[in-house]
Design a protein around this ligand. Structure first.
Ligand code: FES
Length: 332
């Protein structure tokens, strides 16, 4: 009976070194409680995907199950958890992140529109990454967005494909205000949707919609750089042909590497270009890749797309361990 009325507390030192405590409301996450009480903490997706809200707990054994989902083992053992996934039933002593924890500085070295809606942003930074991972980019402490890396460490910059949203807090700032030579904070790289040497001889199926193409482009380039010998089928979905981007670069890669095949699919129109098809992506994949038992599969795009296609690929005999995915939300 008592537990019904018990509302746990969060205890912590704020960024000014003052002792603070915040009482959690029923079913409230640590992130929501901190923001509600006016404390500053980076966050973006609020769904356990971007890891920007990582916080440390002084007593890791008290953390509720699921609050460390996706963190590296070393970080989980040190008591780090994701504030947006943590709904405590007991009071917790936590440490807010220092302003500079895990956060580096990147300089803008390139910016251009690839089509009407996608901005290519290139940043110079010393962050280490595997192609297919993502970083958090900061406009300010409270405006943070996660973007996948679209290139490989062979380049001396990181490339991101940013979907432009009119009046979007981050993307409109990138489009209108960010200039070559400007600096911004960056955090990462994170994520397990990566190509490894164990994939080298396997056929790869890579499917993405919208800027889900970004991590797939990085993975394809990395596989080619490391002399991947299996086939690679890159399936790119969009509503209309004008939504495709990076076409020239990918056509040129496919010309040079005969094991790379491109599938451009428009769901809403019959394109005039002979290289593009009118097709429903799910149906196309089911018809052209009916048996995926030998494949490594990479799926990138909105969570609904990734979840649905993952299930479909599993039913087409892909093993769960061979399906790599990156689901992202497009916050404004
Ligand atoms: S805001 Fe918590 S993981 Fe993205």
């Amino acid at each position: 009976m008592l537990s019904f009325f018990f509302k746990p507390w969060l205890h912590f030192l704020d960024q000014q070194g003052q002792n603070q405590k915040v009482r959690l409301r029923p079913n409230e996450s640590v992130l929501s409680a901190l923001l509600r009480s006016g404390h500053t903490i980076p966050f973006s997706c609020k769904a356990g995907l971007c890891q920007s809200c990582k916080v440390q707990c002084v007593q890791p054994s008290k953390l509720p199950a699921g609050s460390q989902r996706g963190l590296k083992n070393a970080h989980a053992q040190q008591g780090f958890f994701l504030a947006c996934l943590c709904f405590p039933k007991r009071s917790l002593d936590i440490k807010l992140p220092d302003a500079n924890d895990d956060i580096g500085v990147a300089k803008v070295v390139g910016k251009e529109f690839l089509n009407e809606k996608v901005i290519r942003l290139r940043l110079s930074t010393d962050i280490e990454f595997n192609p297919g991972q993502f970083c958090n980019l900061f406009k300010s402490t409270n405006v943070v967005r996660s973007y996948s890396i679209a290139n490989t460490p062979a380049d001396d910059y990181l490339e991101f494909h940013i979907k432009y949203i009119e009046n979007g807090k981050f993307s409109a700032w990138v489009a209108n205000d960010l200039r070559i030579g400007d600096e911004l904070n960056i955090q990462g790289a994170y994520g397990n949707c990566i190509y490894t040497e164990t994939n080298k001889n396997k056929p790869l199926l890579l499917c993405g919609i919208s800027t889900g193409l970004a991590p797939l482009a990085g993975i394809v380039k990395h596989a080619l750089e490391t002399q991947h010998t299996g086939t690679m089928d890159l399936v790119i979905g969009a509503r209309k042909a004008k939504d495709f981007y990076l076409t020239g670069e990918l056509f040129s890669l496919a010309d040079k590497h005969k094991n790379l095949k491109l599938h451009w699919l428009c769901s809403e129109e019959h394109p005039k270009n002979i290289y593009f098809n009118h097709a429903d992506l799910y149906q196309y994949v089911s018809e052209h890749f009916a048996d995926l038992s030998e494949y490594s599969v990479f799926l990138c795009g909105a969570p609904t797309f990734v979840t649905k296609l993952k299930k479909q690929c599993f039913l087409s005999n892909a093993s769960m361990g061979a399906i790599h995915s990156d689901a992202f939300t497009s916050a404004k």
